[in-house]
Design a protein. Structure first.
Lengths: 461, 461
């Protein structure tokens, strides 16, 4: 048996213990957006520090102005071995609306699904499940061979779901310590449950918080309607103006730098046989939304978008209340593609909103963004990942685009000069960020094995 | 001393007890819109029944499919005396948002303001305070003279704030018992704290509840943005289309039957010297909203409006959540003027929304309406009220329009053949339906005295 084969055999035997550690991590409600959960975030970080120390890493918590970063190092076989920087995040999205969960979000439930058992919990896949896979692979290598076949640095942050607000400063302050040959990031999806994927491009993100204030107090619509500014009327009007009738975004300068998809890229995507009708049918929809005259994968991977992620104002309870609210708010995000400038879009959005509300409306707008990124597809690390995935699944991995944003890919490139290898095992229907987030145990198992194989391939080179 | 003078003297002496009964009524959280408060609604009705019985009325609670109606009768001096039907409502609006109240909404606080003491509580004025005024006047007449100078029927409902959904059926079933010469309704405002007013016209109301459902579950905007329907994007777009750039409402047929203001009416209103800049300045605004090219009082009293009273969808908490919600909702109301047909506007709104959302959007829309009403200004009851108010305030009452809707005025006309006398003592800044609703004790005292004078004038005729 090769070392990799021995490690794979050990993984099978160690699987119950690995799954138990994953579920323990999921029990910690490490919601980075909610200040009440700050102690839980720290508890998740401590959990990971102890786990890494137990397999021979030197690990520590590093303070930031927000939640701490877990950093750990393993020397592997020595200075001339490839050096991998494993990145993940231990924080999770808020679990609201809680009433739509079939089991409590932080009491992981193992339930049967069409692909066998799955784990339902907030963070099941994003990103605790994905992190638990490579942690399991590292553990199996150490326990089976006494060491790792590569040098490893681990960086697990606690603020990915709130925009990694303190990460760049941390990277800048620790450049030397975080030096490596490539970053390994497991926060993306497979093509489908039988087809592994490496993500080669990612959309960026601009996220804006909007508050529109009108009168100094709530008003009676019978007494003031027709004279006083209604902030919900004004906000809906301004937000509606963000798209034209064809679904194109109307922000001035928004499409500056956006390139058309190359014929070669279009041909590769066409070969994937993406069925948008089925994709939408799985979530109860049938008619594609977004820009008219663009293909399905093009809209998802290569075109920028604008979604209102939340809106509120006035009376939301049962029955009727004839109030004119004093304020209304919304959360608005833009997915960006390569070429778009996030800072310029933040500024354009602020100016657009100001221009589209009445003079009396007092606007408070904050937000920030990160650019899209395209990953180089040619490297020994991508080659090793393709080989590992092909062996594990018996079919080649496909190179796909990602609709979501993983800003750390850009940060690693800018601050550390590192390319990233995006090898993830989520599925489209994992409901990340929604109620009943889940991760298939089958994906978890194959993902762990793929990570173990990747290390073997890099050792051999 | 005339009987009226004796009654007024007694009122001064009885004022502390009258105010105590008013505050006791305010302590009952009779929120008709919220099922959890059904027992409180009944408790308020019982409170009023006992109060009426204690001054010689035969009073009872009458069951409806919703909250009960209080009905009471007093024979007064006999069958040839004028017969007044006093109407009020004991239910109140929900008190949310609770965090904006400076004292608990159902623990009435007597605090000092620029006009002397005021009572802060939900229902302080609307309508418990206004009801407590005429109840106090009736009590003083009975206690001072042993009876009333008029025949009185009292009808106090518990569903005004939820559209009086069961009132018309109740009126139809009790026509004979509720026969009277005129209805006296105290649910409107003064012109200002020194100038009494009789309301001669009222806008109607259509209130609609909208729910727009999209995908079967919440989605990740990175994964689905650009393909899946975003219900907040769609809802804001449809709602924004309800107004054109000049503030005119775009619903087909909406302005059918709306008459222009007559030159005479316009002249009367111009003479009132309404200062819209001050009106808006008092609530922290400066620029009139609503239809372009229309006067301030015209927009408030004679033009229909559309206000979004509430909106919600997606993530409303702190921080960022990149979700595409599965549904979004709104509450939308229209204030109507004479000539508009509420049923036609309900139907037009439903069709409009359906036409303005994407094919995939599943709309659930419910709602209903009541027409606007114009009150006849020529009657011995209006004359008596004008005389009573002029004596009490030392200046004539003005005849004003009302922006709000009091559907019962139309119901009384249709079902009982009764005209209404709308003599109210609220002020614009009473914050009804909002946090910190208040009623000036000075208004309460003058209002009570004005009601007592009104009875004296009717006895003499």
């Amino acid at each position: 048996m090769t070392p990799t084969e021995k490690v794979l055999a050990r993984l099978e035997q160690a699987f119950p213990a690995q799954q138990a550690r994953w579920l323990d991590l999921l029990r910690i409600p490490s919601i980075s957006a909610q200040p009440a959960h700050a102690a839980d975030c720290r508890a998740a970080a401590e959990f990971l520090r102890r786990d890494l120390e137990s397999i021979g890493f030197t690990a520590s918590l590093r303070e930031t102005p927000g939640h701490p970063v877990v950093v750990a190092h393993h020397p592997g076989p020595g200075a001339d071995a490839p050096h991998l920087l494993f990145y993940g995040h231990y924080d999770v999205q808020p679990a609201e609306p809680l009433d739509l969960w079939t089991s409590p979000p932080f009491a992981p439930a193992v339930v049967d699904g069409p692909h066998g058992p799955r784990v339902v919990a907030r963070g099941a896949v994003d990103d605790k499940g994905q992190v638990a896979m490579w942690l399991g692979a590292l553990r199996a290598w150490v326990e089976e061979t006494g060491s790792l076949p590569i040098r490893a640095t681990v960086l697990i942050e606690g603020e990915e779901e709130v925009g990694s607000v303190n990460l760049e400063a941390f990277l800048a302050a620790n450049r030397a310590e975080l030096a490596a040959d490539v970053a390994v990031i497991s926060d993306t999806n497979m093509w489908d449950i039988d087809t592994p994927a490496i993500t080669a491009s990612l959309r960026g993100l601009v996220y804006m918080h909007v508050l529109l204030k009108a009168a100094a107090r709530d008003l009676h619509s019978g007494m003031y309607g027709g004279s006083a500014l209604n902030p919900i009327n004004a906000l809906t009007r301004a937000l509606a103006a963000l798209h034209d009738a064809t679904g194109r975004i109307t922000l001035p300068g928004f499409y500056d730098g956006v390139a058309e998809v190359s014929a070669e890229q279009a041909a590769q995507w066409a070969a994937l046989g993406f069925d948008e009708g089925k994709y939408l049918g799985d979530i109860g929809l049938s008619v594609p939304s977004g820009e008219a005259g663009r293909g399905g994968l093009e809209r998802l991977w290569a075109r920028p978008t604008c979604d209102i992620n939340g809106i509120w104002g006035g009376y939301q309870g049962p029955g009727a209340k004839t109030v004119i609210a004093s304020e209304a708010g919304a959360k608005v995000s833009f997915r960006l593609v390569p070429g778009q400038n996030p800072e310029q879009i933040v500024a354009s959005f602020k100016a657009f909103m100001q221009a589209h509300v009445p003079a009396d409306a007092k606007l408070e707008i904050t937000g920030s963004g990160s650019p899209a990124f395209r990953v180089s597809a040619d490297s020994k690390f991508i080659d090793a990942a393709r080989a590992a995935l092909a062996e594990e699944y018996g079919r080649p991995a496909v190179l796909i685009g990602g609709g979501g944003s993983i800003p750390v890919v850009g940060s690693f490139h800018r601050m550390l000069g590192l390319d990233s290898l995006l090898m993830g095992f989520g599925l489209e229907d994992d409901q990340i960020h929604g109620p009943n987030e889940k991760f298939e145990v089958r994906c978890f198992r194959h993902g762990t094995r793929s990570h173990a194989r990747l290390l073997g391939h890099l050792a051999a080179k």
